[in-house]
Design a protein around this ligand. Structure first.
Ligand SMILES: [Fe+2]
Length: 250
């Protein structure tokens, strides 16, 4: 496990070596705490994560909230048990160093009782999508989302509206594909975003990683946040920190 963590961190470090971090930091702030890079992580990193996507496929929890979202998810609890490379990626010190440089904050990973800390989103059936929303922080500090594209054989797009909370700036609209190895990072309270419906015969899987400036949350907000995640993403077992039973592999 420790060897895997070291090897993953080294691979992440290699991927980031050539980056002009100062330029990316300038762009992140210019775009209202938002940065998207189409090809950041090479196959050396992505292939390991994609292999685990296929391993956890039987654990996908499908969810449907009329008028808002339809899709599948795999929670942090399951990934912790079944996906060591994915967890090593989430815990990579090199990755955290990059995010700290971009934000100017000392970011922390979410606590272990947050099923959303590190999770997979699956878009596999026609019409799978999510409507416009912010990744609101229920923590005492700010919450940041990092999306890593893993599988994208789809016409779905991540629709982003920048500067919606900045009265001094015109709102800006971006429509992004998330191919394998792509990187999208933002302050969850600032980016209004959605995913357009999946077409027939298409598939899209994205890894989502959450970081915070303060991992404390009041018990009431923790309960509300986990309830929201149970209904909208991971199923009721996640409320009780249990992995759901495996469904029949598809
Ligand atoms: Fe989101």
């Amino acid at each position: 496990m420790r060897e895997m963590a070291l090897a993953m961190d080294e691979a992440v470090q290699d991927s980031l070596r050539a980056l002009d971090v100062e330029e990316l930091r300038r762009k992140y702030w210019e775009q209202g705490e938002f940065l998207a890079l189409e090809h950041l992580f090479p196959p050396a990193v992505v292939d390991e994560l994609v292999a685990e996507v296929h391993q956890v496929r039987p654990y996908v929890n499908r969810n449907y909230i009329p008028g808002h979202k339809k899709g599948g998810s795999v929670s942090y609890y399951i990934l912790t048990e079944q996906a060591p490379a994915t967890i090593a990626f989430y815990r990579s010190p090199a990755l955290l160093t990059l995010l700290n440089h971009l934000t100017g904050e000392t970011l922390l990973r979410c606590p272990d009782d947050d099923p959303h800390a590190c999770a997979l989103y699956w878009y596999t059936e026609p019409g799978d999508h999510i409507g416009y929303h912010y990744d609101t922080s229920y923590y005492k500090g700010a919450r940041y989302t990092l999306l890593i594209g893993l599988i994208d054989r789809s016409t779905s797009r991540l629709e982003c509206r920048l500067h919606t909370k900045d009265s001094q700036r015109e709102s800006q609209h971006l429509s992004l594909a998330t191919p394998p190895g792509s990187f999208v990072f933002f302050n969850g309270d600032l980016l209004y975003h959605a995913v357009t419906p999946l077409g027939k015969g298409e598939e899209r899987v994205v890894l989502t990683l959450q970081f915070v400036t303060n991992p404390e949350m009041t018990p009431v907000k923790r309960w509300f946040s986990n309830l929201k995640d149970a209904v909208g993403y991971f199923g009721l077992p996640a409320l009780f920190r249990r992995a759901p039973r495996m469904s029949t592999p598809r």
